[in-house]
Write a protein of this length. Structure first.
Length: 337
């Protein structure tokens, strides 16, 4: 309930949805139209400041700002004749600050093309407008990230489901090892129950991931290495149940299933955590694309993300215990009959 309520009700931090035009040339005066998200430009108009940031040391401040409403405004910039860089096309980040929204940034918002390259002349004509005294963010907000927008809330469902799945499979392996050591049928039944719920969580994780991919990558399934390896891992676990149903002898079924369960878990880790990191991928956490870093998972999100992992895991163990108890009751009923 905490994950559902807090994860869905806390608003996103103000951000920038669109900047048009997103290009210009040196020596020109450009007027950019800015469309905000969850912003209050009109309320913060008196304290509004806008910059085009070249790097940590150099920036241009808008010489004129026209606020139309809380979600839209225009900013006018005078681009010098030369830029202090030796690149033909230079990207600038957009920085917006006011006392209501706090500081908001949009990386690579505007691209400026130089007609001629002369970094030394650019250093001489550049008039720096330092970015100082930025306003602090007020209230509790989730971070606004381009492309993700509101779908960032899926972090509390898609990712914790995967963590909980691994914990459930790990618990299943522990019971499988216990069975092979003591040959207690009870341990095999507990392992099977945990594996069932682990697979259920895996399917839910795949579904929530596909929905997220539709909004961020443009397709439910893009044959990304992370998606492919996850599907392979779940197919291996589906084979676990096929294998169990192939034997009528309970002892033989339990023994072979326990061995296969250990094998399945050993293959799970490289499939979903190792192989995707070795190749380029759209998915965070693979191919140098960081996952769960400070840019995406801030302190506000951590207050919900980590309890979500605990909650989904405990819920999974509770459901698995119900499955185990149901299996025991059914066996007792069959014995009585």
């Amino acid at each position: 309930m905490y994950t559902l309520l807090a994860g869905l009700l806390f608003p996103l931090k103000p951000g920038v949805l669109e900047v048009t035009p997103n290009s210009g040339r040196t020596g020109e005066e450009i007027t950019v139209e800015i469309t905000g998200y969850n912003s209050f430009y009109k309320k913060g108009e008196d304290s509004m400041r806008v910059w085009l940031k070249l790097d940590d040391a150099r920036s241009l401040q808008a010489r004129k700002i026209m606020v139309w409403d809380d979600r839209s405004m225009e900013a006018v910039f005078s681009i010098p004749e030369y830029l202090p860089v030796d690149r033909r096309v230079q990207d600038f980040s957009l920085i917006i600050d006011n006392e209501i929204d706090g500081a908001v940034s949009l990386p690579s918002a505007v691209f400026i093309t130089q007609d001629s390259l002369d970094p030394e002349m650019g250093e001489r004509v550049w008039v720096n407008d330092p970015i100082t005294r930025l306003s602090a963010d007020k209230g509790i907000h989730f971070p606004f990230r381009n492309i993700l927008a509101e779908t960032i809330r899926n972090t509390y469902f898609h990712v914790p489901l995967w963590f909980a799945m691994v914990f459930l499979f790990l618990g299943s392996v522990v019971y499988s090892v216990r069975y092979l050591r003591g040959f207690r049928i009870d341990d095999d039944q507990r392992a099977a129950a945990l594996t069932r719920i682990g697979v259920l969580y895996g399917v839910l994780g795949l579904i929530t991931g596909a929905i997220w991919a539709k909004y961020t990558w443009g397709a439910f399934w893009s044959w990304d290495v992370k998606q492919n390896m996850t599907a392979v891992a779940l197919l291996i676990y589906f084979a676990y149940f096929v294998l169990r149903s192939a034997f009528e002898d309970p002892e033989k079924q339990a023994r072979i299933s326990a061995v296969y369960n250990i094998f399945a878990f050993v293959t799970l880790i490289p499939l979903i955590y190792v192989i995707p990191r070795l190749t380029d991928s759209l998915h965070p956490g693979a191919g140098g694309n960081p996952a769960l870093g400070g840019e995406d998972l801030d302190n506000t999100m951590r207050m919900i993300f980590y309890p979500a992992i605990i909650g989904w895991t405990l819920l999974g163990y509770w459901i698995a215990s119900l499955v185990y108890r149901f299996t025991r009751l059914r066996e007792q009923h069959l014995d009585l009959v």
